[in-house]
Design a protein around this ligand. Structure first.
Ligand SMILES: Cc1cc2nc3c(=O)[nH]c(=O)nc-3n(C[C@H](O)[C@H](O)[C@H](O)COP(=O)(O)OP(=O)(O)OC[C@H]3O[C@@H](n4cnc5c(N)ncnc54)[C@H](O)[C@@H]3O)c2cc1C
Length: 400
């Protein structure tokens, strides 16, 4: 691995940092951007800020560095993309503004699988944030076993007619468009009767019910479909071949849900917290137990960073990344959860006080983080499922 930047990369990095410093202060307030998750948007004011941040990201040309230029992206090198990710995460900002799902994974799925008309119709609006996207995959009885989904679509003339229900749909209440997995052939084996549709969220027959989480936020929703008409041209790929299309989207999701996580920043904030509070009668950061924990987290975060660079080095040398790319999601989200839970341990009973409560430390943000961190170990494939994948596909262990 070569850790040095070329002159151009260094210039790119410096310009980007200056832009992030100024923009995050102007949009979110200095030092306030931390952990601005595009999936926690129950609060209208925060959502408006995210949209404003997205607009600026787009105008500055940073919104989709990894997209090819022909689709309006930055056409950046792998190194520039890595520099961008490190920089944005160090500010606790979302990588793709308010349209994370679209820019991260739905757009790239359309480059490879969409028709020319679909690319023309949707890609630019994704970039500009003019159409926000959500992802309708999970159902009450189809999460880890996604291929068991039951939402039905029947082709009737020029439209599919959709009936059924999705659940845990992040951002559905903000979204203009959705990628929707539906069953189009109930007789076929379960992976072979699924199709992938692009659905206008304002279509008659769609009902969205926000799910209020224990944090008080309503980031996800139940979505019901009652005879919803979806034009035939909104099918991506072939009919009944939607599983292959959805796998392409999931591949992007697992990469993004994994190593590209601001755990390093959370550890820095934990360190700052340990300087403010007492633990077992002494300043927390001076207590040997706390120091051991902080050091352990720092070492693990560094291992994660180096694993990411190992994967990047392999790609820069034209090789396929090794097993490190498979454990990224599992390791990053579990580490993030342990860091948040340790903050709660430091805070003791004060850790349970939420925003607005008398005595709440740092506006109760650590308890909110712990709960959100638990969610990240479930979203995009739970930790148990990641263990299965590593055991079966990477280590090739025998099935029990
Ligand atoms: C923050 C967040 C955002 C989300 N956003 C979206 C979204 O935008 N769109 C969307 O479609 N979905 C979304 N989801 C849903 C998510 O994809 C599912 O929650 C996830 O796939 C798990 O499915 P499930 O909740 O049905 O749990 P289940 O699949 O019912 O699993 C229950 C438990 O059993 C375990 N388990 C299941 N199968 C196995 C197995 N084979 N081996 C070992 N253990 C197993 C699981 O690990 C889990 O602990 C989101 C979830 C979260 C938490």
């Amino acid at each position: 691995m070569d850790f040095r930047y070329t002159q151009q990369e260094e210039a790119f990095r410096a310009k980007l940092h200056a832009w992030l410093e100024q923009t995050s202060a102007e949009v979110f307030g200095r030092g306030q951007a931390g952990s601005t998750s595009p999936l926690e948007t129950g609060d209208d004011r925060r959502w408006q800020r995210l949209l404003e941040y997205h607009r600026r990201l787009y105008e500055a040309g940073y919104v989709a560095l990894h997209w090819p230029k022909e689709y309006g992206g930055g056409g950046a090198t792998l190194m520039e993309q890595a520099i961008y990710q490190d920089a944005v995460l160090s500010y606790g900002l979302p990588l793709y503004g308010a349209n994370q799902l679209a820019i991260d994974r739905i757009g790239p799925t359309l480059f490879f699988m969409g028709t020319p008309a679909q690319k023309e119709r949707y890609l630019h609006k994704m970039l500009a944030g003019e159409e926000i996207w959500c992802q309708g995959y999970s159902e009450p009885n189809a999460g880890s076993d996604l291929a068991g989904l039951q939402t039905r679509a029947v082709l009737d003339g020029d439209s599919f007619v959709v009936n059924g229900q999705k659940v845990w749909t992040s951002l559905a209440h903000r979204a203009d468009m959705q990628v929707l997995l539906v069953r189009t052939d109930p007789q076929a084996p379960k992976h072979k009767g699924i199709s992938y549709l692009l659905v206008d969220m304002k279509s008659p027959g769609i009902t969205i019910r926000p799910l209020v989480q224990v944090t008080g936020e309503a980031g996800f929703n139940e979505v019901f479909y009652d005879n919803v008409q979806v034009p035939k041209e909104n099918l991506v790929g072939e009919i009944n071949q939607g599983w292959q299309v959805s796998i392409a989207t999931l591949m992007y999701e697992r990469v993004s849900g994994g190593t590209r996580h601001p755990v390093q920043r959370t550890i820095t904030e934990l360190l700052a917290l340990s300087r403010q509070v007492n633990f077992a009668g002494v300043a927390a950061h001076q207590h040997p137990y706390v120091r051991q924990k902080l050091a352990q987290f720092a070492v693990e975060a560094e291992c994660l960073r180096l694993s990411r660079y190992r994967s990047l080095t392999a790609q820069l040398k034209g090789r396929i990344p090794g097993p490190e790319s498979s454990f990224g999601k599992l390791f990053a989200t579990e580490l993030n959860l342990r860091v948040a839970m340790f903050a709660d341990e430091l805070l003791g009973p004060y850790g349970t006080l939420e925003k607005g409560s008398l005595g709440a430390v740092e506006s109760g943000r650590w308890i909110t983080r712990t709960i959100a961190a638990r969610g990240l170990t479930i979203a995009a494939g739970s930790s148990e499922i990641q263990h299965n994948i590593i055991g079966e596909r990477v280590l090739k262990l025998p099935k029990g």
